[in-house]
Write a new protein. Sequence first.
Length: 229
Amino acid sequence: MTLFPEMFPGPLGHSLAGQALVAGIWSLETTPLRAFGLGRHNAVDDTPAGGGAGMVIRADVLGPAIDAAATKTNPEARHIYLSPRGRPLTQALAHELADGPGVLLVAGRFEGIDQRVIDGRQLEEISIGDYVLSGGELGAMVLLDAVVRLLPGVVGAQESLAHESFETGLLEHPQYTRPRTWEGRDIPDVLLSGDHAKMAKWREDEALALTTARRPDLINKLGGKTKTE
Ligand code: SAM
């Protein structure tokens, strides 16, 4: 649900998500909010009740638009409003959505949407981070990209997903590829040793060190338990 349907699939039409879209592993239908606008100008917004800056998307426009979109979506689909006030999007939530029956995503604009739609249509609010975007479309794309790559058949080698940042509770270890030496910098010897146990230990140690330095909050969440212990 968006005021700018022409933005989609946008980046999601490329690379892995794009190939999966063509292959029918996932599908996307945009509903143009403007089609539900009121009056000669198809107005979708109005001034905030009680005054204040900006405009708010009207309940009597968005409500019917969501109802129409819901008829084209899996009846079990989660109805989500992309919102800076929402539950943070995490890898765990992306897995939850990838395992689910689909989503109906509402992209806000202006100052947001009338609270009565959130309450009346029981929209789940999800945020992609602690910053304010100008619209929910990029948020919807971020959420879709994170979810779609978890669908079976989208990423070739599923084991490559298992060690990615956040999957183990840690950030990922550093990655290297050819050439062996670049601008005087070498690939760490251990990665060229062919000793798989040593390489696995090195990757775990690096992941732990990196996470400790950059995201101590993730280490705290692990409660002191790491794979290396
Ligand atoms: N007035 C709102 C506030 O202060 O919370 C911000 C509105 S923002 C300019 C317009 C729209 O962008 C929102 O309705 C929402 O759909 C989207 N948006 C902005 N930041 C977002 C975020 N961090 N995560 C998800 N969606 C966001």
